[in-house]
Structure formats: structure tokens, C-alpha cells
Design a protein around this ligand. Structure first.
Ligand code: ACO
Length: 341
């Protein structure tokens, strides 16, 4: 029998602390008008001192397990997409698995920045369909507030913290929720466009001579903008052609939430109306690896994602990396509102 990885649970988590555009404008040379008109973002949330990525990941993961009705010991794989792990070493996923009550589970991190969740889904789906694991928890979680230069008005306006998660179980490729295929890619020639220069083996964090600013996240926004539109549209179209959706196309696209203008341009490239493009960034900003699952949970709770819809997920991020997958939206237990930690 052909096996597929099927999404059967969904959940999200956000930090309590909300930072509005007006809050940023009190601190930096920016305005609500600039941020809204250039990005579509109104609010973002940031973790409190002492909190870390794993705290959000555990909260989102436990929401997804509850939505799936899955017992922790039914799940034997945790894949965590993050570029802001709790520590450079070891990976954060084993600690998340342990805190969720699954200490023997296979657990590893995936670092593909904003494409991380799609890459993590692909890795977990492959292990599940090969029969290596029984059920998988796939989490996207990031806390970019911990790596942003406090004086950088562009990145401070754009990024927010959060986590989103899904549970995958084995099933039939024809059933709703089955992941129908993946398109994944990268272009390392653009690795300097989205980067934290120091803290790795090339510019070490301790005993090295890296300038302080090299420890902050840096992004060449304008160059990345064009790449984001091109990569997500091309990747989505490749997948649409490959899985035989070219005739009718997707009903909804849930794309990485980087910028409202990027979402609209991707929709235009794919010949979709504005109503078919999911927008969640107005409330949370760009939450990096959490962005797609958080947008899914929000759309599921608002009722804009309904069972039977043809849904395409597409992401783009640092690396550069991109990736897409698609599914018929399943009937899920309503994901509870995101946990606030
Ligand atoms: N408030 C006021 N002015 C600002 C702000 C701000 N918050 N930020 C930048 N500006 C100014 C700049 O200083 C610049 O001024 P200048 O012309 O006097 O030099 C001007 O606005 C234009 O700057 P740009 O960077 O060209 O602004 P742009 O319209 O491109 O918007 C943004 C910046 C929002 C970052 C946009 O480029 C973008 O969304 N890029 C894509 C991001 C993306 O998709 N990233 C990929 C995923 S992220 C990841 O993988 C981690």
C-alpha cells in the first residue's frame, strides 16, 4: 500500500508581550504609517527575558498533540525548525521532546530559516512514509527578537516571535490532510543576504575578533524582496504542475508571512484573487519558521480554511532556501487559540 503523511493536529503559541507599531515609533525613527504601508504589519509579539525558543515550541507542540488527540507516547519523532535554538549546541528538539513527555523519541533541528517548517515537514513525511517512525510532531519556532539589533528599525519592524506545530500520522495518499508532494530548493550564492555573521565556526563567538554588530541578524531587504516573490511563485507553480493541480489551481495559498506586498505579488503571479491568500502577518509580523503553521492555525480558527479546500503552502528564507507542499484541507478538531506564554 502507498503510504502518505497526513496532518491530523495543529496548534500555535505566542508570547504575552505585544509590541505595536506605535510602541516601536516611541523608541526608533519609524512610524505606524511607514510600517503598515511597506509591510502590512501592525503588531508583533516578543518573548520576555528568561524565555527561550523551546518554551514556545513546547506550548505549540502540546496544543498540536491535543488537537490530534494523540498521546505523547504515540509520537516517536520531533522535528523542530528553528534558526534561534536555545543553544548553538546541542539541538533544541531533544529538550522539547523530553518536556512533552516523549523522552525516547528521535529528535533533531532543521535550520532553513523561514523555509524551515516546509523542510521539516518534508523530512518528517519521508521518515514516516518509510516506516522509520509511527507519528511525528513537526514544530516551527523562532525568537528573532533575541538576535535583532535593537537599533535596526527595519528588522525590528518586521520580525516577531512565535511557534506553530502539526502532528503527522501515516495514512492514504487520497485522504484529506495527506501531503501530496514537495518542491524544495536552495541557492547558496545568496547566503549573505540574510545572515548572522558571527557565532559560528568562521567567526567564533568566544575568543574571536568579530565586531559586535556581526552578532546581530542582518538582511538586505530590497534584494530579498524580489527573490522571495520569484522563488515562492516558481516553487508553488512547479508543485502545482507536478501534483496535477494545474487545471483548477489551489483554493488557498498559505505563504511565508514576510510582507503583505510579497504575499499579494505571489498571488498575482499564481493568478489568484486576494481572498485566496492567507494573511496573518498583520498581527504577528514575520515569525520565521513559525509563520506558516501559525497562519494555518489562525485561518483554521477563523474558519477561512475549511475541509475539502485545496491548500498550497510555500516558503522562502535565508540560505537562500525555498519550498512548497500541498494538501486537501482535513477536518481537524478546532485548534485551540494559541497558547500565550
Ligand atoms: N521606518 C522608517 N523608515 C525605514 C524603516 C522603518 N521601520 N525601515 C527602513 N526604512 C527606510 C530605509 O532606511 C530607507 O531609507 P533611505 O531611502 O533614506 O535609505 C527606506 O526606508 C527604504 O528602505 P528599504 O530597505 O529599501 O525598504 P523596503 O521598502 O524594501 O522595505 C522591507 C524593507 C520591509 C524589509 C522589505 O524590503 C521586505 O519585506 N523585504 C523582504 C523580506 C523577506 O522576504 N525576507 C525573507 C524571509 S526572512 C528570513 O529568512 C529570516
Amino acid at each position: 500500500m502507498n503510504r502518505a503523511a497526513v496532518i491530523c493536529g495543529l496548534g500555535g503559541a505566542l508570547p504575552e508581550t505585544l509590541v505595536s507599531n506605535a510602541d516601536l515609533a516611541r523608541e526608533l525613527d519609524t512610524s505606524d504609517e511607514w510600517i503598515r504601508s511597506r509591510t502590512g504589519i501592525e503588531n508583533r509579539r516578543v518573548i520576555a527575558p528568561g524565555q527561550a525558543t523551546s518554551d514556545l515550541a513546547v506550548a505549540a507542540g502540546s496544543r498540536a498533540l491535543a488537537s490530534a488527540g494523540a498521546a505523547a507516547d504515540d509520537v516517536d519523532l520531533v522535528v523542530l525548525a528553528t534558526s534561534t535554538p536555545d543553544h548553538p549546541c546541542p539541538a533544541t528538539a531533544p529538550a522539547v521532546a523530553q518536556r512533552l513527555g516523549m523522552p525516547g523519541a528521535a529528535a533533531f533541528d532543521v535550520a532553513a530559516v523561514c523555509t524551515g517548517f516546509v523542510y521539516a515537514l518534508a523530512a518528517a513525511a519521508a521518515m514516516l512514509t518509510a516506516g522509520t517512525v509511527r507519528q511525528a510532531l513537526v514544530i516551527g519556532a523562532d525568537t528573532f527578537s533575541t538576535i535583532l539589533d535593537p537599533a535596526d528599525r527595519t528588522t525590528r519592524a518586521v520580525f516577531g516571535d512565535g511557534a506553530g506545530a502539526v502532528v503527522l500520522r501515516p495514512g492514504d495518499p487520497a485522504e484529506p490532510g495527506a501531503l501530496l508532494g514537495f518542491d524544495l530548493g536552495s541557492d547558496g550564492a545568496g547566503s549573505d543576504l540574510i545572515t548572522v555573521r558571527a557565532g559560528g565556526s568562521r567567526q567564533r563567538s568566544a575568543g574571536g575578533d568579530a565586531p559586535a554588530e556581526d552578532h546581530w541578524f542582518a538582511m538586505q531587504g530590497r534584494a530579498v524582496f524580489a527573490e522571495a516573490v520569484l522563488s515562492m511563485s516558481k516553487s508553488a507553480q512547479h508543485l502545482i504542475d507536478r501534483i496535477g493541480w494545474a487545471g483548477r489551481g489551489p483554493d488557498r495559498v498559505v505563504a511565508h508571512q514576510a510582507n503583505l506586498r510579497i504575499l499579494r505579488a505571489v498571488g498575482e503571479q499564481l493568478g489568484l484573487s486576494e481572498e485566496q491568500i492567507t494573511v496573518h502577518l498583520d498581527q504577528v509580523g514575520n515569525t520565521v519558521a513559525a509563520s506558516i503553521p501559525l497562519a494555518l492555525a489562525d485561518a483554521q480558527n477563523k474558519g477561512t480554511l475549511t475541509p475539502g479546500q485545496r491548500v498550497l503552502l510555500t516558503g522562502f528564507g535565508g540560505g537562500l532556501t525555498w519550498g512548497s507542499t500541498a494538501l486537501i484541507w482535513p477536518s481537524l478538531h478546532l485548534a485551540p487559540a494559541p497558547a500565550h506564554i
